[in-house]
Design a protein around this ligand. Structure first.
Ligand code: G6P
Ligand code: ZN
Length: 543
């Protein structure tokens, strides 16, 4: 088959962010835009001739177009085999599993995660390496450097393949196999969790609602929750993946998963509520009348993980991103295992997991996962919760109260200011950065600053350093505010303000979060001049 060399010139701005390259569909649809980026990946990543590439996405608009082109390009670039999910579908954790299981050299995941989809919305491409995890910074920097000099991309002259039928076809000497996106993943979950115990609890009356948000987890949740675990048909809501997610943001939080919240706080609430995002790596956990923050979920899962067969031997360590609350650290301390604090971004957990230093990881941004793959995993978190509830015969609310009574409670919220002009956001961060050194000793209402710094991470495995990962203001008594700019947006800048207050086990354990954080919210504005810099008097989203 003929390989055609397509001449091209670089596009500016193809720098991967927290989680791959994310842009509007209309940016990606420019001639050669996706091709330049994919070719840059193929040009720089480690792979032996004839190696295997995994391709899949969250089913959003533009997925199929890019997948067909990526297959032609993979064939022209010497891959021996391509594994692609049926319909172009692979959740991010499932893709991570396929990469590991079939010893692929890496994978392209086409997703903009929880961002909306459709012709005027978002698209993204992320490269994952052979361990199944997001490419580390060294790799994404090489990819970016290559996009700035790229002058050609390669593709075989071949027709589109049938993405909807499982089976193998030859594309220019490369074997392209369309695989069932769900089977391997569901089998992996059965090895980790006590499905029999969950089935027994379901037979005993345990009920749940899972909102797939018309995104990728629909087929996975239907197979696992309804077919394998026996939850009633209809347990999975919005289970059919749609290219525009039904016009909604597939972001499992109080704003975008409001319907689920209303159910869980309503009179007919089932025992357990959960949701996942566009590409299936995030999770939302909500019990009957009780929301569990992602930071608390990490701590509660870690404290009870030994009840699941996959973790019965205990945990090697717990890792969390810096802005995630310190609730998990207290569990690590009680278990006598190390706690790690990494920058925002799942890629920073990869080395710790590969080295066997951490078993469970989590982020405040609704990501939880373990060493079973190298991505965060929405359904994994849901199943671990179900496993724990089934074995302990306890409700979400009871478990949360018991946890806080033992470890104390880290009240926590994140305030997001979205769509800010980049200069405004940069100016706010620069000004705050400039006065960090002068903050210790200063008081804001009842709060006195104990320390303030810009977070820098030294990776204990490979010795690399990642600086400027967020500004931290730590107060006497353990409260904390973190300021950082999101690395996943596609328009303007998003300022994230993370607020945390610790209440010891004998303190106030069941108050309203907003009341408990009121002093910190006022201090955040006083310290950073949010209103003065942005003109915004309230956040757009509180999670
Ligand atoms: C993605 C990444 C996460 C990260 C989150 C928020 O979901 O996979 O690791 O925590 O984005 O990132 P941001 O830079 O927008 O705060
Ligand atoms: Zn996601």
């Amino acid at each position: 088959m003929t390989i055609t060399t397509h001449q091209t010139t670089p596009y500016a701005g193809q720098k991967p962010g927290t989680s791959g390259l994310r842009k509007k569909v209309r940016v990606f649809a420019q001639p050669g835009y996706a091709e330049n980026f994919i070719q840059a990946v193929f040009d720089v990543v480690e792979r032996a001739p004839g190696s295997t590439l995994v391709i899949g996405g969250d089913g959003r608009y533009h997925n199929r177009t890019v997948i067909q082109q990526a297959i032609r390009m993979a064939a022209a670039n010497g891959y021996g085999q391509v594994l692609v999910g049926q319909g172009g579908i692979l959740s991010t954790p499932a893709a991570s599993n396929v990469i590991r299981r079939y010893k692929a050299s890496g994978g392209l995941i086409l997703s903009a995660s929880h961002n909306p989809g459709g012709p005027d919305e978002d698209f993204g491409i992320k490269y994952n390496i052979a361990n199944g995890g997001p490419a580390p910074e060294g790799v994404t920097e090489s990819i970016y450097a290559r996009t700035q000099t790229i002058d050609r991309w390669l593709a075989v002259d071949a027709d589109d393949i049938d993405l909807d039928t499982c089976g193998s076809v030859d594309v220019g000497g490369c074997q392209v196999s369309v695989i069932d996106p769900v089977a391997d993943y569901a089998d992996l979950m059965e090895t980790l969790f006590d499905f029999a115990a969950i089935r027994a609890a379901v037979a005993d009356g345990l009920t749940m609602a899972f909102d797939a948000m018309h995104a990728v987890t629909g087929p996975y949740a239907t197979e696992i929750l309804e077919k394998r675990l026996g939850f009633a048909p209809g347990t999975v809501r919005h289970g059919v993946p749609l290219e525009d997610f039904g016009g909604h943001h597939p972001d499992p939080n109080m704003v975008h998963a409001k319907a689920l919240f209303d159910t869980m706080f309503g009179p007919d609430a089932p025992d357990f509520g959960a949701a996942s995002d566009g590409d299936g790596d995030r999770n939302l956990i909500v019990g009957k009348g009780r929301f569990i923050t992602p930071s608390d979920s990490l701590a509660m899962l870690a404290a009870n993980a030994h009840l699941a067969p996959g973790y019965a031997r205990g945990l090697a360590g717990i890792a969390r991103s810096m802005p995630t609350s310190a609730a998990a650290d207290r569990v690590a301390e009680a278990l006598g295992i190390p706690a790690y604090e990494t920058p925002t971004g799942w890629k920073f957990f990869g080395n710790l997991l590969d080295a066997g230093m951490a078993t469970i990881c989590g982020e405040e941004s609704a990501g939880t996962g373990s060493d079973h793959v190298r991505e965060k995993d929405g359904l994994w978190a849901v199943l671990l919760w179900l496993n724990i509830l089934a074995v302990r015969k306890i409700s979400v609310d009871e478990l949360a109260r018991e946890h806080w009574a033992k470890y104390g409670r880290n009240y926590y919220a994140r305030h997001d200011y979205e769509g800010l002009p980049t200069e405004q956001a940069d100016a706010l961060i620069a000004a705050l950065n400039g006065k960090l050194a002068s903050l210790p000793g200063q008081s804001f209402g009842p709060l006195t600053v104990a320390a303030a710094d810009s977070f820098s991470y030294l990776d204990p495995v490979d010795g690399s350093t990642s600086a400027n990962q967020g500004l931290r203001v730590l107060f006497e008594g353990g409260s904390r505010i973190v300021f950082r700019l999101s690395g996943t947006g596609t328009e303007g800048a998003t300022l994230r303000v993370y607020l945390e207050r610790y209440e010891p086990a004998d303190g106030y354990l069941d108050r309203e979060t907003s009341d408990m954080l009121a002093d910190l919210i006022a201090a955040a504005d006083a310290v950073a001049g949010i209103v003065a810099h942005t003109g915004r008097t309230a956040p757009d989203v509180i999670t």
